[in-house]
Every structure is written in C-alpha cells, then in structure tokens.
Design a protein around this ligand. Structure first.
Ligand SMILES: C[S@@+](CC[C@H](N)C(=O)[O-])C[C@H]1O[C@@H](n2cnc3c(N)ncnc32)[C@H](O)[C@@H]1O
Length: 238
C-alpha cells in the first residue's frame, strides 16, 4: 500500500491565509505532524491549524531550528531523528501531513525531513501543498506593488550581509525580499541606505500574529528584531 508524506504550507500566521486545499489535506490525513523546538509547546504551524480546526489531533515532532550554516548539522540530525520517529510510529498511516509555516518548499523544515524519510524508505511518496508566504502578506499589508512589466525578483537571506545583498539592492528594477534578517537589521539598513533603497523599504514583524507590525524601514529604529521578520524592497526604477 502506497504511503504518502505531504508537506502542507499553512501560511505565515493569519489562519485566514490557510488555503482550502491545505484544510482538506489535513482533514483527510491519518497523521498530522507539526514541528516544535519544545515538545511541551505548540509550534507556529500547529497554533495556526488548531485555531481553524481545534478538533485536529496533532503529533509534535521535535526539531532543531538554529538557522544558517551554524545550525545545519543540528537540523540534519534532528530531521533524521524525526524521520525515524515518524516511520517507527505505532500508529498505522497511509497519509501523513507535516505542517509548516509559509510554503513547505521554501526555507522549510519539510525539505530536510522529506530527504531523511525518502532516504530511509524510498517507497514513501513525497508531496506538498503550497502555502502563502510571509512576504506576500507584508506586501498586502504595506499596500505596495511588488512587481510589474519586466521587473525581476530576488529572495535572499539576511543571515550574512555582504556583496550579494549590495548587488541585489543596486539593481533598481529588482524587487528584493530578505528572510531571516532580523539579527542583522542594522547592517541591512546600512546597505539599503548606500544603495538608495532605505526610503522605500518595508519590514513585517510576526505578520498575521496578534503582536504583528508592518512598517517602513525609515520608521524602524531597531537594529535587531526577532527571527520572524521579513524585509521587502519594491523596485525603484518605475
Ligand atoms: C525558516 S523560514 C520559513 C519560511 C517559510 N517556509 C515561508 O515560506 O515563508 C523563516 C523566515 O520566514 C519569514 N517569516 C515566516 N513567517 C513570518 C511571519 N509571520 N512574519 C514575518 N516573517 C516571517 C522570516 O523571514 C523568517 O526569518
């Protein structure tokens, strides 16, 4: 019997941004898995799905989420452990849904987990259901136009701030979105100022959550903010 592991994107935080498809996959799955860094506490994705469907039964999976090169070994090891625990679960299942914030194929715990599960049992089919990403919600809340005509788009991480970011921001016809840049916000703002993009930049912090903020970079005094923050620079050559 074919078994399927499905990465389900549940959006950035606002439960209303879950898709009908994500809901129907969750409703029809035998096992719902949600990553957390502490088994005693719900992770973000679990909180989102339970606010829409409180009756779902969720199995928490312990994950290491330290970002970047520093965390990759820990994240791989955690994914292997998670894969083992999913495959050795006493519960029989044909379809297991693993929920992630945003989209499951973009900077997501699902990719490592799918690799580990596929390595341990190649017969399991890996599928995914796309989710709305944080930058889309920031763009909507900021009320800006992200792309038009022949403009291009770059999605970078802000874990290291160097030439890549300066080059991306130096192209005035490119929209630039930065994930994972909260700890380096001060340096990102400096690069934005050098490239003439500070005035048109936006930041969304914890978008879709009760304490969320979406504001212009010019209105942002902080040099560091939390991990759940996304920067958006629309093109300036229009
Ligand atoms: C590990 S990545 C997860 C990305 C996710 N898979 C997606 O498709 O949006 C974490 C980064 O996503 C962004 N992010 C996710 N949820 C967010 C939210 N609610 N508010 C602001 N940024 C968010 C931040 O840039 C954060 O550093």
């Amino acid at each position: 019997m074919i078994r399927r592991l499905i990465g389900v994107g549940v959006g950035p935080g606002d439960p209303d941004l879950m898709t009908l498809k994500s809901l129907s996959v969750l409703r029809s799955s035998d096992l719902i898995l949600a990553p957390t860094t502490d088994l005693a506490e719900a992770g973000r994705a679990e909180t989102i799905i339970l606010s829409v469907c409180p009756d779902l039964s969720v199995t928490r999976i312990l994950f290491e989420m330290t970002p970047g090169g520093a965390g990759i070994q820990g994240r791989r090891a955690a994914a292997e452990r998670a894969a083992q625990s999913i495959l050795s679960t006493g519960q029989s299942w044909q379809s297991a849904a693993f929920v992630t914030i945003g989209d499951p194929n973009v900077f997501s715990t699902f990719s490592l987990l799918a690799e580990s599960v596929g390595g341990m049992d190649p017969e399991i089919e890996i599928e995914s259901v796309p989710g709305i990403m944080a930058f889309q919600d920031v763009v909507a809340k900021a009320g800006i136009k992200l792309l038009d005509e022949e403009e291009s788009f770059r999605l970078l991480t802000g874990l290291n701030v160097g030439n890549d970011l300066e080059m991306a921001l130096s192209d005035p016809s490119s929209a630039v979105v930065i994930y994972k840049g909260g700890a380096n916000l001060g340096r990102i703002k400096e690069t934005a100022a050098i490239t003439g993009r500070l005035e048109s930049g936006w930041i969304g912090i914890k978008v879709g959550m009760s304490d969320s903020e979406v504001k212009t970079l010019a209105d942002t005094d902080e040099d560091t903010v939390g991990y759940l923050s996304t920067l958006v620079f629309p093109p300036v050559a229009r």
